[in-house]
Write a protein that binds this ligand. Structure first.
Ligand SMILES: NC(=O)c1ccc[n+]([C@@H]2O[C@H](COP(=O)([O-])OP(=O)(O)OC[C@H]3O[C@@H](n4cnc5c(N)ncnc54)[C@H](O)[C@@H]3O)[C@@H](O)[C@H]2O)c1
Length: 440
């Protein structure tokens, strides 16, 4: 099948690469010329396990092309995925300017039947806006070309994106056009050969399903974080509580970890956008409003613990920071808890020596111009001369460290474990003062 993917970020690039891996003929379009240059040079602009190999293989086979040329991209695909960013606007709503602009790009150029597929996470009603934008452009050209608009929200997780796309739990397709549904079924059939996992529904339900999924997951995290804070106050251990409730089949173990808040490019913005969608329709989502408030507070918990231990004035203090990415296996730092923590520590006069297996380059960009942040080539090197070690991201490589070696590097044997990766016992046995989240 001929497929065009507009936007080659985390979602668009994975979508394009995985569809080409199944034999489709894919053109990926992006307005960011640097990204396209990097991709055409055989590299990939993001860190995502397994992706580079797939991209290189399919570029080599001539099934995957990258371009900034909208003309070329729009004439290519019968199926046109829109996978551009939908960042939060100032009021929390999803900013749809990139989606609408991609739709206009299509409307300005299409000459034959297209299925335009919203893969970006977009509020309920966006498919109607996309349809209207395309119709307007067609009217400007004085032509009538048949097309359908479908919703196909993406559920991949950064860090496991290729695996998720290749073996999805489900594929949601919102569409009311028979031809569009037929083409989407055909496109995804190779991904669900084992058993059909495509759920076809109306467009608005598909759009809402994506937000509902992220909102549910965010809710579980904020719920556990609030209980963790309570556990600290009452002398309970959130890890025991987690195992205790996770064993209930109705609850399950996933997404029940307490920590220093959720971040990333999806949960924070999607929760905000859903709350905003509701308020635009005269509804208040009380649970989700609280979920977001709890998360904002949780992102400050590590800095508060540090200040409680070392005082409000952190001048002269130096901290080792393990983890900058919002979660392991990605270099994505959008809304990462590390950002808030670093800012607070530096504002209070401290300096930070950070290590992250893949996000240090991104971090240099994020904290460009901010003094007081340095980078270490290894986790151990980051500890040199630090007053405490702070763990912000639960990378596997951090989970079983050489505590004896860490002690020799730190100025004071203090650990703040923002992801409860160590557990209290082991560090304490090595003579560390240990501060976890919700641990007694
Ligand atoms: N990142 C994730 O884990 C994830 C998972 C599921 C869904 N989503 C959703 O998918 C969408 C994309 O997310 P992302 O993380 O891939 O974003 P991203 O910021 O990494 O990539 C978006 C890309 O779109 C490009 N772009 C913007 N306007 C364009 C236009 N008119 N024409 C061509 N290219 C254009 C940008 O240059 C950028 O490269 C968002 O709605 C997001 O919420 C993201």
């Amino acid at each position: 099948m001929k497929v065009t993917v507009i936007g080659t970020g985390y979602v668009g690039l994975v979508t394009g690469a995985c569809l080409s891996e199944m034999g489709n003929d894919v053109v990926c379009l992006d307005v960011n010329a640097d990204k396209i240059r990097v991709l055409n040079e055989g590299d990939i602009p993001i860190y995502e396990p397994g992706l580079k190999e797939i991209v290189q293989r399919n570029v080599g086979a001539g099934r995957l092309k990258f371009t900034t040329d909208a003309e070329q991209a729009c004439s290519h695909g019968t199926i046109m995925f829109i996978a551009v960013g939908t960042p939060p606007d100032e009021d929390g709503s999803a900013d749809l300017q990139y989606v609408v602009s991609a739709a206009r790009d299509i409307g300005r150029r299409m000459t034959d039947y297209k299925v335009v597929v919203d893969k970006s996470t977009v509020p309920v009603g966006t498919a109607d806006r996309v349809r209207a934008a395309i119709l307007e452009e067609l009217a400007n050209r004085g032509v009538s070309v048949p097309f359908a608009v479908a919703s196909n929200p993406e559920f991949l997780k950064e860090g496991a994106a290729v695996e998720d796309f290749m073996r999805p739990d489900r594929i949601i397709v919102g569409a009311d056009d028979e031809q569009a549904i037929f083409l989407m079924r055909a496109l995804y059939a190779p991904f669900v050969r084992n058993h059909d996992r495509m759920l076809v529904m109306d467009v608005r339900s598909a759009e809402l399903t994506k937000y509902a999924a992220n909102a549910m997951l965010a809710t579980r995290i904020s719920f556990m974080n609030e209980l963790a804070n309570l556990a600290e106050t009452v002398g309970a251990d959130i890890e025991s509580v987690r195992v205790g409730i996770g064993s209930d089949a109705r609850i399950g173990y996933s997404f029940l970890y307490a920590g220093c808040g959720y971040g990333g490019s999806c949960f924070p913005k999607d929760v905000k956008a859903l709350v905003k969608t509701a308020s635009e329709h005269g509804r208040e989502l009380q649970v989700l409003t609280a979920v977001e408030r709890a998360n904002e507070a949780q992102k400050r918990v590590l800095a508060e613990k540090v200040k409680r231990r070392f005082g409000e004035d952190l001048r002269g203090k130096h901290f080792a920071l393990w983890g900058l990415a919002f979660k392991p296996d990605t270099d994505d730092m959008r809304d990462a808890p590390s950002r808030e923590l670093v800012m607070e520590l530096v504002e209070a006069g401290a300096t930070v020596g950070a290590h992250d297996p893949v996000a240090m380059e991104e971090s240099r960009r994020v904290f460009a111009g901010l003094g007081g942040v340095s980078y270490a080539p290894t986790p151990l090197a980051a500890c040199e001369g630090a007053d405490a070690l702070i763990v912000v991201t639960e990378w596997k490589a951090f989970r079983s460290p050489d505590f004896a070696a860490i002690r020799t590097q730190l100025r004071q044997a203090v650990i703040f474990d923002g992801r409860n990766v160590f557990g209290a016992e082991l560090p304490r046995r090595h003579g560390f003062e240990y501060h976890g989240i919700g641990r007694c």
